[in-house]
Each structure stands twice: as C-alpha cells, then as structure tokens.
Design a protein around this ligand. Structure first.
Ligand code: 5AD
Ligand code: SF4
Length: 466
C-alpha cells in the first residue's frame, strides 16, 4: 500500500490554490459537473472530487452544458454500469466540440482496467484525462497540467492501492455523512472485479477516522455511515472494527451510526454484541448472501455456508430482535442449476430479509468466474431474476406491513423524489419513510422525528408526525 505523504497532499493544496488564483486573475468563475455511477464508495469519492474542484475555484453545476470541467466517476462492478458510463461520456463529445476550453476527465473503477483505459484512449479522443480510484488525490496536479496546455494524461493505480488523508470533502448532505474506514478488498470472490479496481485492503488510522467523525457531527450530521468494501476486516492500532464502532458510539452528539459492507465470513459476534449494547448503532445489518446454495457459495469463493450464515442471523436476532436485515443476491452465476436457484429462494424465505438488492450475474474480465465454461443463458438469468424479485417483494411488503400502526424514529432529509408535497427520510431500520409536507414537518428537516406509520408498500413506508 502506498501511503500518500502529508508533503504530497500539501503539494496538491498548493496546486489547488494556484489554479484558483489563475481563474480569479482571468476574472473567470469556472463550473464543474460531476456524474457518479456505482456504489456508496464512489459517492464518497465524488464528494472528495467535489471538495478538490471547489478548492480550485470551480462552482458546482448540475447542467453539463454550463460546465468548464466534467468529471465522470465510473463503476466496473457490472457491464451495465460500464456501458452507461461510456454512453454518458459519448454524450459529452458535442459539448467539447462547441467549447474547446471544456475539460473532460473519466475517473474511478472502470478506467483502472487496462482494456477500458485503452478503449477510452482510442475511441473517446475528446476525453482529456483518466484518473484511477487510487490516484484521485492527484486530480489538482493532473488538471493544472491540462490547463497549462499539457497532453492528454492517463493516471492509474498501482495494484496495491493508496491511502490519502486530509483532502477537502464537500458533502452532498449536512444531515447524512459517508466516512470511509478502509479501502480495497483481499477476498477475490470469483465473480468480482473490485479487488482488481480498488486494490488491496488498507485501513485508515483510527485517529483520522475519529477526527473526521467529530467534524461531521459538529457540522450537523445526524446519520454517519462507515464505508468499506469489507468493513469487518478493518484494523488499526491493534483495534478491530467492533472497537471502532464502540469508540464512535461513545462520542457526544445525537446521531445514528451505520456501516457497510460486511462479509458473512468476517462479521464477528463481538461486532454484533457491540451493536446491541450501543443505542447509537442502527439496528440494521447489510449482509450480502449472494447465493443460498452451498456449492455456488464455494464456487464464488465466499468461504461460508448457508448454515453458518443462518447461525449468524440467529445470533443477531437473539441480541437484537427487531434488527432489519438486507442483502445482495447474484442470480445466474455460472453453473447455477434450477435447484440451486431454488435454494436461494428458500434462503430468502427462511431469513426474511427486509430488503434485497438483486443482480444478474455479469462476467467481469480477469475474474475466475468469467472463464468458467458453464455460463447461464441470458433468458434463464432474466427469468430467475424476475422470479427472485417476485418472491422477495412479497417478503419485503409483509415486513413493511407489520410496521403499520407502530412508531418509528425517522431522520427527515428533504423533499420526496415522488412528490413535492411529501418529505422523505430513513427510519433507524434504514427503510424509506414518506410523510406529508407542512410547516410542522419542514421544521424536522435534518432532524429526527417520531413518525406513526400509516401505510406500507414494498419499498417504502408512509406515516405522519406523532
Ligand atoms: N455480476 C453481478 N453482480 C455482481 N456483484 C459483484 N460483482 C458482480 C458481478 N460480476 C454484486 C454483488 C455485490 C454487489 C455490490 O454487486 O452482489 O455484493
Ligand atoms: Fe467483491 Fe467479494 Fe470483495 Fe465484496 S468481498 S468487494 S464481493 S471481492
């Protein structure tokens, strides 16, 4: 792992400030548009990209046509995400033709893969620079060279990845904050590209994380989500992830703590005990199962069995009877038989997840599963996917209906995407809750409200201030 030194970060700050001066000397107020694909880690990375561009004097715009700088932060976890990022990049060609002073950068996981980097180099000549996930901290340097008339540049990571502290972050929301605790992954699940795009596991120092958490609390954050590809393998100063959670929960402030993602082979009893004893810890767990078949889990290199998974769930429910559980499932992994798919459905029924994110298996270059000869035809994968949704939607709805008439603490975050007459927020269980918008509910934006649930749908609850 490459630890970026404080001198290197100071150098980036120096460049950021000279870029800002360059624009102000020209009397220019440049604007930056950022488009993010993929997971919460990418959202968090984009908040850092936003922080750096603001420090360089760029104002935010949500209209690419107005931008002087466009950054596309990409995902590689499934082919679909890559194709969307490429098609979005393609749409910016005409903007570059109209405005030669526009700079376009493609960042993140997709371009960390050599074949995609080559593709963007060759087929998207109007893209000025590429920056891989572990090199994002170099954006100021890369952009300054471009502004100085430099050649196209391609900066991607070393396979082990890097760790950079102290970069500016501009968060999307005041009430909710992502805080990365570790980066990368060593698990090499046979379907997954992440170890290749985000490098080896590395943890941030506990003191750096605690300082950041204190800062976001002071800035008004009410929900803090600790992020990492496998938070359970966090380790710093001899302390593990449960110790970190315990320490954060002991901080002053009215906030709720969440974390993601966990790996069932590493989620410890100690972590579950820590969650149970800390009121500030959300009684919610995202625990990707991926498949309910022991043979497929073995082929996926997941290193747990359906039985050990169920044991873990049992322990969680003993300690926290109301815990909300969510999961990720992949359908159509190479060689998955109808019976093995049925085993997954049966696990969904046995566990009774509140929420499941399901994905059609997508072969990823370099991963062992992509080379397996027994790939499942698309129609079969689609049929299984639809069937899984049908089964899980019924379970999610029943779980949500059981909350009607009950009270839930909800962090109200703002206007509902469905209607300007509604506000939206998350219950402690992480379920989406809509409430009518009026003067009384508006006063709760950015705060916790006690909400009585009056109606439930598969993906959301509805309620009113109690
Ligand atoms: N195809 C489909 N889904 C995948 N995931 C990871 N890799 C793939 C792939 N190749 C899913 C897993 C993971 C989630 C973030 O994405 O379920 O937990
Ligand atoms: Fe991918 Fe497995 Fe690592 Fe999760 S644990 S990021 S699925 S390799």
């Amino acid at each position: 792992m490459i630890k970026v030194t404080s001198e290197q970060i100071a150098e980036q700050y120096k460049i950021m400030h000279s870029v800002r001066e360059h624009f102000s000397a020209l009397g220019k107020e440049p604007k930056c548009y950022i488009r993010t694909f993929g997971c919460q880690q990418n959202e968090a990375d984009s908040e850092q990209l936003r922080g750096m561009t603001s420090e360089m004097g760029y104002a935010r715009t949500d209209t690419p046509e107005d931008a002087d700088l466009i950054l596309i932060n990409t995902c590689a976890v499934r082919e679909h995400a890559e194709l969307r990022a490429l098609s979005t990049t393609g749409q910016f060609k005409k903007l570059k033709e109209k405005n030669p002073e526009l700079y376009i950068g493609v960042c993140g996981c997709m371009v960390t893969q050599e074949h995609r980097m080559d593709q963007v180099k060759k087929s998207y000549p109007y893209v000025d620079f590429l920056v891989g996930t572990g090199m994002l901290y170099k954006l100021p340097e890369i952009l300054a060279k471009q502004l100085d008339g430099g050649k196209r540049s391609f900066t991607v990571d070393s396979p082990e990845g890097s760790l950079a502290e102290g970069l500016p972050i501009e968060r999307e929301s005041k009430a909710t904050a992502w805080v990365s605790v570790m980066y990368g992954c060593n698990n090499f699940c046979s379907y997954c590209v992440v170890p290749y795009t985000r490098g080896r596991e590395r943890s941030r120092e506990r003191s750096d994380i605690l300082a950041e958490v204190k800062r976001v609390i002071a800035d008004g954050a009410k929900e803090i989500t600790l992020l990492g590809q496998n938070v359970n393998s966090y380790s710093s100063d001899g302390g593990d992830f449960a110790d970190l959670v315990d320490e954060i929960c002991a901080l002053d402030g009215d906030f709720i703590l969440r974390f993601m993602t966990s790996h069932p082979k590493d989620a410890s009893r100690k972590l579950i005990d820590t969650m149970a004893k800390n009121d500030k810890c959300a009684k919610q767990f995202h625990l990707p199962l991926q498949s309910g078949s022991g043979r497929i889990l073995h082929e996926m290199n997941r290193k747990y069995t359906p039985e050990s998974y169920l044991e873990l769930v049992k322990y969680m429910r003993e300690k926290m009877p109301d815990i909300a559980l969510s999961s990720d499932i992949i359908v159509g992994f190479p060689g998955e038989t109808d019976e093995e798919f049925e085993e997954t459905l049966s696990m969904l029924r046995t566990v009774g997840f509140d929420m499941v994110y399901s994905f059609i298996y997508s072969p990823r270059p370099l991963t062992p599963a992509a080379a397996m000869t027994c790939q499942i035809p698309q129609e079969v994968k689609s049929k299984r996917f639809d069937r899984l949704l049908e089964v899980q939607n019924e379970i999610s709805l029943a779980k949500n209906l059981s909350l009607v008439g009950k009270h839930q603490r909800v962090l109200v975050t703002g206007e509902s995407k469905n209607s300007p007459d509604m506000l939206t927020g998350r219950a402690d269980s992480n379920k989406l809750v809509h409430i009518p918008r009026d003067a009384a509910s508006e006063a709760y934006i950015g705060k916790f409200a006690n909400v009585k649930i009056t109606k439930a749908e598969t993906f959301a609850l509805f309620g009113e201030l109690a």
